[in-house]
Each structure stands twice: as structure tokens, then as C-alpha cells.
Design a protein around this ligand. Structure first.
Ligand code: ADP
Length: 399
């Protein structure tokens, strides 16, 4: 059995999984783990292997120290990357800019190219590079592959990718719509034709990736023709802590009249806005608890979220002309029946009829939640970004 080690390196955490890339669905992680609070108090490493959780609490100075400890812990369980047949290490990289429209075998030059894209993703790409460098040093004999969150959207039609910002300024600063969560949109949209029993070339679909971050895409014959995130993952739908689309004039207003710095506005929009900024909580389970207790701010937050979601669904129905499938995925999309019901309520005229019982069923693999006579099929398809990264990485490593 051969495996891929998948690494998602963030600013203060590293998530990893050892995945069998030939697995098809369900829980595909052979081993999974998390290094938390890197460079902070309360460092912790957790590894789950064969259903058992192993934890180690200790200070973790940096990404190098964290990954070293994680590999040592895996080795002690006989599940280390050099003990198993690990054929590739797949790294999730947030921004591939206009340089990468698909996964790339990592070389020194590729690392430099990812570094050159830091201005486009100042919070994410540096942490991704840390993870890559440490893992390459620790596992030099295994091919490393970068899989970009923007990759799937590299060939968006020019009219969808171009902002109506002065062309010279936009070109000089690489300003365009890049789109994110591409690995998830590609993985989920790739499953839908099979579930419908149709050829991918015939299927027009809308994919709603609703997690803590949220985005949607319009996919025609397997290729995206529009997506809600933009130059950065701040655009589009309302999210757990991010604004989604807002009038850019709000930035000038806060800068000029509230005396906020650009960094303060950046933090406000990314970390303390969205559902959290409106209601005080960002997890939909907590939001529903508040709503059921009559909390009006929580109800407003949910309504704002749904209103924005419906704006995009409506827009993409027109963009696609004919819609065959609308698919919900990620934490909220897979688990929150109330969000799905509200997002598609009253759209029977457009051929969308949810079946309330199917919609309320627990999340257990891909399923259809519309009635049999609904013209548009609405589905819930669990995403699995780690499996998708593993598959792509194994493919690139075998070339
Ligand atoms: P990310 O990968 O972006 O951190 P996920 O896709 O895991 O996020 O989604 C996490 C979110 O999913 C949580 O913040 C919560 O709002 C929502 N969620 C998870 N489980 C449930 C559930 N059972 N019911 C409603 N919402 C849920």
C-alpha cells in the first residue's frame, strides 16, 4: 500500500494526514495529526492512528521543531513517513497567483516562485513555505508537491477574472480574481456527474463550499466559469469571521473618519466580522442555539448570510443559463439543514424542490436532497481536500 503525507501548514499550526490516494470515500486518513500553538504558550501535538488519539503537550518553538516532534511521534507508533511507503508529500499552498494553474513538483525554483507571491497572500504563503522547507529537509528522498488553492480557477474566463480597476494599475499589481478553495470545488464538482449518472461534459453546476470560510463556483462541463472569492479569500459570501463582499467605500470611510489603520481594517474584516461580528459567535451550532433562545442579532446574522448566499445562487443560475445540480459541501454545507433549506426556499418555479426529510437526514456520504421530480438536483457531497491533494501529489510524483 502506498501513501501520501499531506501537510497544511498555517501560521501557528500544522495539520497533517497520511492518506491512501486510491481510497474513494469516507474517512480516508490512515493517520491524522495536528501541531498546535507553534511559538505560543501551550504547544500541543495530537496524532490519531488506528482510532486511538495520542497527545503530547510541550512548547513548540517553530515549524521545524513542530514537524520534527510530529515525525518522531509517528515513528514511535511505527507509522512514520519513512516506515510506511510514502510516495509523495503534498503541500497545500494558498496562493499560486498567475504562475501556477496546476500542482507543481517542488524544486528550489518553485519555492522562490511561491515566495514571490507573498504580497498576494501575506498571511498564508509564508507559513506554507515554512512547512515546505522543513518537510523537505526532514524527508529529502521523497518528492514534494505543491497543490494550490487557486489552481482550479487558473483558466477562469477573462471577463469573470478581470476587475474593472484601471488596467495599468491592475496589471502592475497582479490584481485579478484568483478564487480559492479550488481543491474542494474541483473534488466536489468532479463527483457530481458520477452521482447523477451523467457525462461531466453535459453537467452545469453550482458548488457551495460553506465552511468557516465560504465560497461558491459556477462549473460548466468540469471547468469553473465564475467563483465568489477574488484577489484574496475575503470576497464573496458572508463567512464565519469574514465580511464577504462589501462596498469598498467602507474602507475609505473607516480610514478617514474612524481613524483606523489599514492593518486594523484588515483584521476587522478578516477576523471579527461575518457571522461572528454580527452575532458574537462564528460556529453555526452556537448561532442556532442563540436563535432558538430568541436572540435577534443571531437571527439577523443568519438572514444576512442567507441573503448573500441567495444573491450568488441567483447570479450563477443566470451565468450558467441552465443548472443541473447545486451541491452543498464543507462544515456548514454538509451539516446544517436549516442553511440549505433557507438558501433554496421558494425556488420551485426554477425547478428546485427540496425534500424536507432527505434534507434533514444526517451527513453520511454523498446524497441527493431534492424530490425525484425536481428538475435541478440538489446534493450534499462531503469534501475531502486532503484526499484530493494526495491524489494530485501522487500523480505528479509518478510523472
Ligand atoms: P474550515 O475547514 O473552513 O475551518 P469546516 O469546513 O470544517 O471549516 O467548517 C467548520 C464550520 O462548520 C463550523 O464553524 C460550523 O459553523 C460548521 N459546522 C460543523 N459541524 C456542524 C453541525 N453539525 N451543524 C451545523 N454547523 C456545523
Amino acid at each position: 500500500m502506498s501513501y501520501v503525507l499531506v501537510i497544511n501548514s498555517g501560521s501557528s499550526s500544522i495539520k497533517f494526514q497520511i492518506v491512501d490516494p486510491s481510497s474513494t470515500a469516507g474517512d480516508t486518513a490512515f493517520v491524522s495529526g495536528l501541531v498546535e500553538k507553534i511559538g505560543e504558550r501551550g504547544g500541543k501535538i495530537t496524532v490519531t492512528y488506528r482510532g486511538e488519539k495520542h497527545t503530547s503537550n510541550q512548547p513548540i518553538r517553530d515549524h521545524r521543531g513542530g514537524l520534527q516532534l510530529a515525525v518522531a511521534m509517528l515513528d514511535s507508533l511505527d507509522a512514520g513517513p519513512t516506515q510506511l511507503d510514502v510516495v509523495a508529500v503534498g503541500h497545500r499552498v494558498v496562493h499560486g497567483g498567475q504562475t501556477f494553474s496546476g500542482p507543481a513538483l517542488i524544486t528550489d525554483e518553485v519555492v522562490e516562485q511561491i515566495r514571490d507571491l507573498i504580497p498576494l497572500a501575506p498571511l498564508h504563503n509564508p507559513a506554507n513555505i515554512d512547512g515546505i522547507q522543513v518537510a523537505r529537509d526532514l524527508l529529502p528522498d521523497i518528492p514534494h508537491v505543491a497543490v494550490f488553492d487557486t489552481g482550479f480557477f487558473g483558466d477562469l474566463p477573462a471577463a469573470a477574472a478581470t476587475y474593472a480597476v484601471n488596467r495599468e494599475v491592475a496589471e502592475a499589481n497582479q490584481i485579478r480574481r484568483y478564487g480559492f478553495h479550488g481543491t474542494s470545488h474541483e473534488f466536489v464538482s468532479g463527483q457530481v456527474p458520477g452521482i447523477l449518472g451523467r457525462d461531466a461534459a453535459e453537467v452545469n453546476q453550482i458548488v457551495l463550499h460553506l465552511g468557516n470560510g465560504a465560497s461558491c463556483s459556477a462549473v460548466k462541463a468540469g471547468a469553473p466559469i465564475d467563483t465568489s472569492m477574488g484577489l484574496t479569500p475575503l470576497a464573496g459570501l458572508v463567512m464565519g469571521t469574514r465580511t464577504g463582499d462589501i462596498d469598498p467605500g467602507i474602507i475609505f470611510h473607516l480610514y478617514r473618519h474612524a481613524g483606523m489603520s489599514i492593518d486594523e481594517i484588515d483584521t476587522l474584516f478578516n477576523r471579527s466580522s461575518g457571522i461572528k461580528g454580527l452575532s458574537g459567535v462564528n460556529d453555526f451550532r452556537d448561532l442556532h442555539k442563540k436563535i432558538s433562545k430568541g436572540d435577534e442579532l443571531a437571527k439577523l446574522a443568519f438572514d444576512v448570510y442567507i441573503t448573500q448566499l441567495r444573491r450568488y445562487i441567483g447570479a450563477y443560475m443566470i451565468t450558467l443559463g441552465r443548472v443541473d445540480a447545486i451541491t452543498f459541501t464543507a462544515g456548514v454545507g454538509e451539516n446544517d439543514a436549516a442553511t440549505r433549506a433557507a438558501a433554496l426556499a421558494g425556488l420551485e418555479t426554477y425547478g428546485i424542490t427540496l425534500d424536507p426529510e432527505r434534507n434533514a437526514a444526517p451527513n453520511d456520504g454523498p446524497r441527493v436532497i431534492t424530490t425525484d421530480d425536481s428538475t435541478v438536483t440538489v446534493l450534499v457531497v462531503p469534501t475531502n481536500e486532503e484526499l484530493a491533494i494526495a491524489q494530485k501529489s501522487a500523480e505528479v510524483a509518478a510523472r
